[in-house]
Write a protein that binds this ligand. Structure first.
Ligand SMILES: NC(=O)c1ccc[n+]([C@@H]2O[C@H](COP(=O)([O-])OP(=O)(O)OC[C@H]3O[C@@H](n4cnc5c(N)ncnc54)[C@H](O)[C@@H]3O)[C@@H](O)[C@H]2O)c1
Length: 434
């Protein structure tokens, strides 16, 4: 299907009037800002969230959001008519378009955990009404939109693309990123038919810079997996180059910044303590899992994922070396971790390398604390830890994991031993890197 065909005018069947323009199912790091963006674009939005704790957190206006989204939320909470929060799954039937945006994590065996997505899709399919559009936005394997929406609709006697419109439109939001806000980022949409793409496009144009249609839901599904696998592979290579640079006595950040002056054919990725969050550590495994079923291997992606997964262990090993050079053993050391969020500017610790690093150091006998201006507490093996006041005085070593913007890190220069896993503290002469 070409983009010209996708944009051809189509005959619309009569639809019953819906109370809401859009329902967003799942109001997490992605769904909530999306719901707020749609409301800001003038849509009547019903936000559906299964966790009553999360609904309560949103109602207080206290969710982890960019300042601009927070003010949208406070504004939206005043206007119950155009923005409604609910935990009632039956509300999906009240919206003309339903966006499904629930978590798609991996389990301990690195296999996709599709429970939340399967349950959310089952719920919206059970309540689907003719004329409605169902859009999957969660990252998932290729073929999932057909398995979880198209086929179940067919079993209910509803034909996708004719009775109910179905599309896949992967989310690209980058929580905490004020430079590339949602409204400035294009969206990719693949539908079961041209009408499915058109209906989804009409909605998403309000909260994206433009919509790029592709010829199928599968092409859109693979696009998302390609984007995040691309990042995982490049981060893994940046880590490898960081190790190479240290061996050569060179500063990797200087090298990457210099390479980034090339205006074509290069995109900078920076090394670090590993990868975290709900995307990069998880999404490539959706692809690898799917390929395994077909007895297909992808050695480059496998190697990259193995390397990024091993990085937190490498951090601890390096700390052992750095402490040993100062005559100290990790088992007797007091270590402060600076920043436990998986990246700067967010309070999200999902899959954060800091958690594994802390567990490993504690397993080795170290006394470990952390300080993070955005994260009050974390759950590690052995219980909950609370953030402490930042200071250099009481620690044998300070391990820098995440540097949040707008926080004064000047005190780090006083740390006796400083392991900089961010590679950004070049001004501190005595710091060590991985
Ligand atoms: N976080 C990111 O940076 C990011 C970026 C792009 C895409 N994605 C993708 O977006 C999807 C959502 O990610 P997230 O980070 O927002 O996850 P999240 O865990 O922050 O939020 C998901 C929310 O969905 C709710 N939920 C689960 N099942 C539900 C149901 N049946 N009905 C209503 N609510 C339900 C959960 O309680 C949770 O609040 C994932 O597929 C992820 O891969 C995430």
């Amino acid at each position: 299907m070409t983009s010209t065909q996708l944009r051809m005018p189509v005959q619309r069947p009569a639809t019953k009037p819906f109370r809401y323009d859009v329902a967003v199912v799942g109001l997490g790091y992605v769904g909530l800002p999306t719901a707020l963006a749609l409301r800001a674009a003038g849509r009547r939005v019903v936000g559906m969230e299964i966790s009553t704790d999360r609904v309560a957190e949103i109602r207080t206006g206290d969710a982890d959001l960019l300042p601009s989204d927070r003010s949208r939320l406070l504004d939206a909470l005043e206007d119950d008519d155009a923005f409604r929060l609910t935990a009632d799954p039956a509300e999906s039937a009240t919206a003309r378009i339903v966006l499904v945006c629930v978590p798609t994590p991996i389990d301990h065996h690195l296999a996709p955990d599709l429970d939340a997505l399967r349950a959310a899709c089952r719920s919206v399919v059970e309540r689907a009404v003719p004329g409605q559009t169902l859009v999957l936005t969660s990252t998932t394997y290729v073929g999932c939109t057909r398995d979880f929406l198209v086929e179940p609709l067919r079993r209910r006697g509803l034909e996708a693309g004719k009775d109910v419109y179905v599309a896949f439109a992967p989310e690209r939001i980058d929580p905490g990123n004020e430079r590339h806000v949602q409204k400035q980022v294009p969206r990719v949409v693949g539908g079961v038919s041209a009408e499915c793409v058109q209906r989804t496009t009409e909605l998403l144009e309000g909260c994206a810079s433009y919509v790029h249609p592709v010829s199928s839901v599968e092409a859109a599904e693979l696009t998302k997996l390609y984007e995040n696998t691309f990042r995982a592979v490049n981060i893994s290579m940046a880590n490898e180059f960081a190790d190479i640079s240290r061996g050569l006595g060179l500063d990797i950040t200087e090298v990457i910044d210099a390479a980034a002056t090339k205006p074509y054919g290069f995109m900078p990725f920076y090394p670090g303590p590993g990868v975290g969050g709900h995307c990069i550590p998880c999404d490539p495994h959706y692809l690898l899992w799917q390929l395994r079923a077909d007895r297909v291997t992808s050695p480059l992606i496998e190697t990259a994922m193995t390397q990024v997964a091993a990085r937190p262990g490498r951090v601890v090993q390096r700390l052992v070396e750095v402490l040993a050079a100062g005559g100290k053993a990790l088992g007797n050391a007091k270590v402060l971790v600076v920043g436990v969020a998986y990246k700067p500017g967010v309070a999200d610790v999902r899959e954060s390398p800091a958690l594994e690093i802390i567990d490993r150091m504690r397993d080795a006998g170290a006394s470990v604390s952390f300080t993070d201006d955005l994260v009050e507490s974390i759950l590690v093996r052995g219980g909950r830890m609370r953030s402490v006041r930042a200071s250099a005085a009481e620690w044998d070593a300070v391990l820098v994991h995440t540097l949040h913007p707008g926080v004064d890190h000047g005190w780090l220069a006083e740390a006796p031993i400083l392991l900089d896993t961010t590679y950004r503290l070049q001004k501190i002469a005595h710091r060590s890197v991985l």
